[in-house]
Design a protein around this ligand. Sequence first.
Ligand code: ADP
Ligand code: MG
Length: 361
Amino acid sequence: MNDDKFVEVKNLKKVYDNGHEAIKDVSFSVKKGDLVCLLGPSGCGKTTILNMLAGLLNPTSGDILFDGKSVVNVAPKDRQIGYVFQNYALYPHMTVLQNVMFPLTVGKQKMPKDKAKAIAEKYMETTQIMELADQKPGNLSGGQQQRVAIARALVQEPKILLMDEPLSNLDARLRLKIREEIRTLVKKVGITTLFVTHDQEEALSIGDKIILFNNGVIQQDDLGQNFYLEPNNYFVANFVGNPVIDNFKVTVHGDKITGSDFEINVNDLDKSRFKRDLTDGEYTLSVRPENILPAETGHVSAKVDDVELIGRERILKFTHDGVQARSLVNLETPIKAGDGINLKMRLDRVFLFDKEGERVY
Ligand SMILES: Nc1ncnc2c1ncn2[C@@H]1O[C@H](COP(=O)(O)OP(=O)(O)O)[C@@H](O)[C@H]1O
Ligand SMILES: [Mg+2]
């Protein structure tokens, strides 16, 4: 027993029959009781991983352990997993109560109707769908169907809950509300949960930690804030953040970092943040919009193309070296479209990525 590695995935690989390598040597672990988000763009392999955890798909190689025991040869129904599918997969001809009871009325777990009903009602209570008991799924809103799917996934009291983009069919406002509800619910039940999403804000808001994938490879496995502050590479820096990060092409020669119209001395950077020695060559210098701000004298001069209001802040959009970039300022900043500005970067917060996208600073 090792609660830090309640779920452990070791060197997992999946090559589909058509030769497509969807998962390439992936390893991670999930702590007991944690809600971990598997994040990444469409097609990066998130569903493939969930399906291998659930036993619906066999790994090509590698191992999956639950509570220290390998499950790769264990049948799906014996893995003690609850699965909420992306489209909910409710039975349309059954009522809500019948849907939720269903897993308890079939197979090895089959139990008397009244006992199944009592357990189903307990989870319908938790997910607040008691008053929908006699409705058919077709009459329910997306958010209600979602809760039915969660209740049905929980009735067998699984050890692990898998959720595949459970909010993607809901409208934006409901998504915010239900993601909070899901976190509250799984914490209350105390179940270890893997939650798949392609939405970085969703992952940051509910995940105890986040595992970000691209092309079947883990890019970063970390606490949410580290995706902002310490991204592993160019992909991570650009995938996480709203507004998105600014990227400037630069050339390093000796102790000079030269952009299209600015120059930074390497000695002005924070020495402790270098991952390795900076060698001459082409790099991308990236900075989050909150770390490049209007100043008397700055690194970059630009004309504001447009100003966008987001809640309590404004995004100043400008074009630099032919590329769109952004500065995030507070609401009171009296800058408008057409204004010329100087922008200063916080040099202790910029990143340098080499041609392969690896972070150097
Ligand atoms: N049955 C399959 N046969 C071949 N390729 C597949 C199959 N299922 C998924 N893929 C491919 O594997 C990759 C990962 O798919 P998937 O796990 O569904 O990604 P995600 O859930 O992150 O969107 C994609 O490129 C997808 O097209
Ligand atoms: Mg998917």
